[in-house]
Design a protein around this ligand. Sequence first.
Ligand code: F6R
Length: 606
Amino acid sequence: MCGIVGHIGEGNSAEILIEGLKRLEYRGYDSSGIAVLEGGSLSVDKATGKLANLTAITDHKKYSANIGIGHTRWATHGGVTHANAHPHMASDKAVVVHNGIVENYKELRAELQAQGHEFASDTDTEVIAHLAIELAKTINDETALLKAIIARLDGSYAFALLMTDFPDCLLVARNASPLAIGIGEGAYFVASDAMAMSSQTQRVIYLKDNDYAIVRKNEALIYDKGDQCANREEVIVSANPGLVSKGGYRHFMEKEIHEQPDAIAHTLSAMTDEAGTLTACLSEDELKNMTGLVMLAAGTSHYAGLVGRYWIEKLSGVPVTVEVASEYRYRAPVTSHLSHAIAISQSGESLDTLMALRHAQDEGLKSIALVNVDHSTIARESDFILPTRAGPEIGVASTKAFTAQLTVLLSLAIALGRAKGVISAEEAKERHEELQKLPSLVGKCLSLFEPLRPIAHELSKARSCLFLGRDSLFPIALEGALKLKELSYIHAEGFAAGEMKHGPIALIEDGLPVISLLGADALSQKVISNLKEAQARGAKIILLAADDVADEVDFASDVCRLPNCSEYLMPFILTVPAQILAYLTASEKGTDVDQPRNLAKSVTVE
Ligand code: F6R
């Protein structure tokens, strides 16, 4: 959700900013821009659309500045236009990049307009630059000025401000949106995440909420919300300095689908202690102390939580609720029966999930971060970390992070069941051994690209379709529908197969594709009856099924056979063809698979 980057000191700022923006583009790709200060003047270059449109401009220019800021935008306030692209300049003397939402921007704008300021954009961000100019009329110290600016801002922000009056520093601040400072050789950097600076430095300081800082080429003076100098810990991050490549695949998403066997295997080994026991990274005491869980997440991560609930309640008897983070944070939830909150987030930065977690912490719950980014805000603010080891996920639609999240949740269910004595040590061992076969089972599903291609070809002509599943496959139906709609823009909904007769069956008309997820489990006959009811009303059944039960649906129009496996592994095995189907359908339609319209990888606004 917007990415910001800044540089001061040794090195060519423009080149460093562009390099950082390449690593931040996952946060938004509506527009991008850079601003540098050269010879006492500010210059801004920006372009709508992908970063390539900006580099088409910057590649032909010569820059020599040693101070600058850059931005990649996911539009919130104001359409996708050149004028609304960041950086935003005021009076040729102040320029700003911002991630977040200045909630009181209308009042500030009106006030500044009354003082004679002319605005060039519809954004909330631009007020920061004008406010800086206005306040600088009476404040000539940069720290006091920055403090005065943030005192006027409501909402969430991470911003970097560059002013001609203060040519040797960047003025930065954060509240709710992430911001890190990088320490280089003769240079300092700022960025929305450490990855953006990873070609320059691995030494990083994460600002805390309400921190603000004056960043110079050889120091960063950080202040907390009480205006005291804050000694924030420096950490070494192991972000890969190379830009993650597509490795010969057409899209990151295709590559990431193929990386799932490894992502699952690495995650599983992180869940296992040195003696080979599945502990889910939690001590025996901590597991025993878990009496009730609430899982907080958004989108695909939320669906992972929904699958986890089936497993944890069944294997451990511990009650679980799963909440959409953006709803939970404003509720007055009853937590007396709960002990822990688990925030599930690939990025570890989703603002809704972070705020929901803080809400749960305020309610007295212990916090667990189930994240793919170790140094993310959610990880840093939690009592425990259950890491997924999926590696950087670049495709905006989550794939390998989802199956890695499922791996953690199944590991937790098994470890918890054993610690609680609900399943025996033998059963836990058996389940663990079963789980160890998962990478190779998922590997087998990767051969489904070709069999699914003709199905995707037909599906790409549909205007709408349904996904049906039951039990732990119901959330996979939700996930399958989400993948299809976000990538191919075809309207898709997931339903619990048994729920169809309570309303959604009215949607069925001749030829409506119904993608049906079927495992060889206790409910399979019931699901088959539900599918028959849909087919009788004209639905075209596209069956994704375990080999053992596939033949029982002799009324399906298309069948994709999957390896037989235990009910606990079936959600993984059905996820892969659902991902592939969405990927292939989107490719047929020619949509932008890695960067679907209107989306961003890391959603750090409300
Ligand atoms: C969909 C997708 C999103 C994310 C959601 C939460 O493919 O990727 O729905 O799952 O935005 O993101 P994280 O997991 O980073 O909190």
